[in-house]
Design a protein. Structure first.
Length: 638
């Protein structure tokens, strides 16, 4: 089927908006490609240092400079369940490369923190910035000029976006992303949420809560709900940079290792010394970015990607906006219900048809680009297949022709909802986003008085004191990137879910984030401009009536316009955090951009030939350098 006209129009708008910056990006990586494999230009001393620790076979091959050398960037640690399986991947990759006459080296490691461990803790204030540190760490690992292609080992929240940004900085190198797969099912996510809510109500003990959590998060592999980590995997496949069907194969299965070996072989094929050269920066174009957003909407994925994929696109010289995402959400149907916008976990999602089924439905409906180049032979249509293990090697079969469970995945002609999972909200409080797919229709709008706090813990204390109104909108401000690094506020979900279960009408409005597992409660998140930039959210006062309408796309405070305009900005009453390494990120907080521009605290994307930075702001013409654009930015931020 031909491409949907609105998909075409939005893609073309992104292409035109990004024309100058994309051209600058491609010129940079093409210049690097023309220089040829970097290893050939290393001095004898450079090269000797680089292969000093290698065995004789690898040493001989690296001396000869005629076989490809893979650079592995790994996010392995054994505290993070999703990344623990990566412990043995480098040896598996090295072995597979040697069998094919090539070599592979771990180029570097990147940090991998777990938001599940840091939820509600000071460490959460480092979480968003870890994405940018991961990108920089990736660049450091690849800076040795030893590699002809790259393999990226990462799964979770900020890690995959950081790896993508780093990979795009080395976009002249081919790249393959390799996942570790989800853990097997534990207790149902719905049951876990119920125990959390009973604990918040004082009806469950800490022992009961820990038992429920341990039964849910119980083994190596990604957490099984459809949060940011598992959304990452679907988006990587939607862009064609991870092997088809690789996302949700459990770590202990033989197919998992076979896929890793196949990814190694493919990385060698597409290297500059292989037979099918595919530089990464050319694969990630505006079509790939649109495919990722479409997949996000069709599957009800994580709200975190409304920030991360803007930053990823920027790293490729592409300007993506919240308006683009909102328009795509309004034409892309919701084809999957996976927790938190359903009861199924990702294992059940995969068994019912998974990404292959969803992608085929989207492509057949003209809602996803099927004409872009990918790491796979066969292009995007190859991602409408599922992997199988045949005689120890990966083979492919077409994805399920019909859904295996219509409570989990549905065809495009019979979706759960006609529109996707996210909606942009506009009004006199600013711009924000809501994940509608996780909220039942009867809860998608609310008009109630504001309860204003500057720290999420205060809301819990107000509840314990019986001081919360029957119905209210919790306004949690000074949680944006500049304030404190934009921590996730998922620790509020049990309390607000409990109150909603009691028949009370509640909602959340914040310039912070919610977890990829957020749902159930209407939540206007990522409010921009944030309070620390003088945003209107800092003008809201206790008792102001807030109207949030997710279906209409509005968020406003019902205050007389003259009074509203005359109000000053309320000061932040929350004490600044100084422990848990937060002092080390003071510069990141000072220079970070707004959420709707990716909340970026590093320079990513192309540079002018004179070394100055490109400025990315959809409100202004592209191609302005930072100095020329500083005045309007300062005015806007103020």
């Amino acid at each position: 089927m031909s491409l949907h006209p609105k998909i075409h129009a939005i893609t073309e708008r992104i292409r035109q908006r990004s024309e100058k910056s994309r051209a600058a990006y491609l010129a940079g990586i093409d210049a690097a490609v023309r220089q040829g494999p970097f290893r050939s230009r290393l001095s004898c001393g450079n090269l000797a240092h680089a292969f000093a620790a290698c065995g004789p076979t690898d040493k001989d091959r690296l001396r000869g400079d005629v076989t490809p050398n893979l650079g592995i960037i790994t996010a392995y640690n054994d505290m993070l369940s999703a990344h623990q399986p990566f412990e043995h991947y480098p040896e598996l990759i090295r072995s597979a490369a040697r069998e094919l006459g090539a070599t592979a080296q771990v180029a570097g490691g990147v940090p991998a923190m777990c938001d599940g461990v840091t939820q509600g803790r000071g460490g959460m204030e480092l979480s968003l910035f870890s994405r940018d540190i991961i990108a920089q760490s990736t660049a450091i690992g690849l800076s040795h000029d030893m590699f002809d292609a790259t393999i990226y080992l990462g799964v979770c929240d900020k890690i995959v976006p950081g790896l993508l940004i780093g990979a795009l900085a080395f976009g002249h190198l081919p790249a393959v992303f390799v996942p570790a797969g989800p853990m097997t099912p534990g207790i149902p996510n719905k049951k876990k949420a119920e125990v959390r809510e009973r604990y918040a109500a004082g009806e469950a003990t800490r022992e009961e809560l820990l038992e429920a959590e341990s039964a849910s998060y119980h083994a190596p592999g990604t957490c099984t709900f459809y949060g940011t980590a598992n959304s990452n995997q679907v988006l990587l496949e939607a862009m064609g940079v991870q092997l088809p069907g690789a996302s949700f194969v459990n770590p202990e299965l033989p197919l998992r290792d076979a896929l890793t070996r196949a990814a190694t072989a493919r990385a060698l094929d597409i290297s500059a010394l292989g037979n099918d050269f595919r530089p990464f920066g050319h694969l990630i174009d505006e079509r790939a970015i649109v495919n990722a957003v479409v997949a996000l909407m069709a599957t009800g994925g994580s709200t975190n990607h409304t920030i991360h994929w803007i930053a990823v696109a920027r790293a490729a010289g592409i300007v993506l906006t919240w308006d683009d995402m909102d328009e795509l959400s309004q034409i892309v149907p919701l084809l999957a219900r996976v927790y938190p916008n359903g009861d199924a976990d990702v294992n059940r999602f995969a068994a019912a048809g998974g990404p292959g089924f969803v992608f085929r439905e989207l492509m057949d409906a003209g809602l996803m680009h099927d004409d872009l180049a990918t790491i796979a032979e066969g292009g995007m249509r190859a991602f409408a297949q599922e992997p199988r293990l045949t005689d120890g090697k990966v083979s492919y079969v077409p994805a399920a022709a019909i859904s295996g469970d219509e409570d989990v995945v549905r065809p495009a002609n019979n979706p759960f909802e006609s529109q996707g999972g996210l909606r942009l909200l506009r009004g006199n409080i600013g711009r924000s986003l809501i994940k509608l797919s996780a909220v039942k229709p009867q809860y998608r709008s609310i008009e109630a008085p504001a309860v204003v706090v500057d720290a999420p813990q205060v809301l819990n204390k107000l509840h314990a004191a019986g001081a919360l109104p029957q119905d209210f909108v919790a306004v949690v401000r000074y949680q944006g990137p500049r304030s404190n690094g934009m921590p996730e506020l998922h620790s509020l979900a049990p309390l607000l879910g409990l109150l909603q279960n009691q028949g009370r009408r509640v909602a959340l409005v914040t310039d912070g984030r919610l977890s990829g597992a957020s749902g159930k409660i209407p939540a206007a998140i990522h409010v921009t401009p944030e309070a620390s930039r003088g945003g209107p959210i800092a003008r809201i006062r206790e008792g102001d009536i807030i109207r949030l309408d997710g279906e209409a796309g509005t968020l406003e405070v019902l205050v007389d316009a003259a009074e509203w305009a005359a109000r000053g900005i309320a000061a932040n009453t929350a004490p600044a955090g100084t422990d848990m390494g937060r002092n080390l990120f003071a510069m990141n907080r000072r220079i970070v951009g707004p959420a709707d521009q990716g909340a970026v605290s590093i320079s990513c994307g192309p540079m002018h030939p004179d070394g100055s930075l490109w400025e990315y702001d959809a409100e202004y013409d592209l191609g302005h350098d930072a100095a020329a654009a500083a005045a309007p930015h300062e005015a806007k931020d103020a």
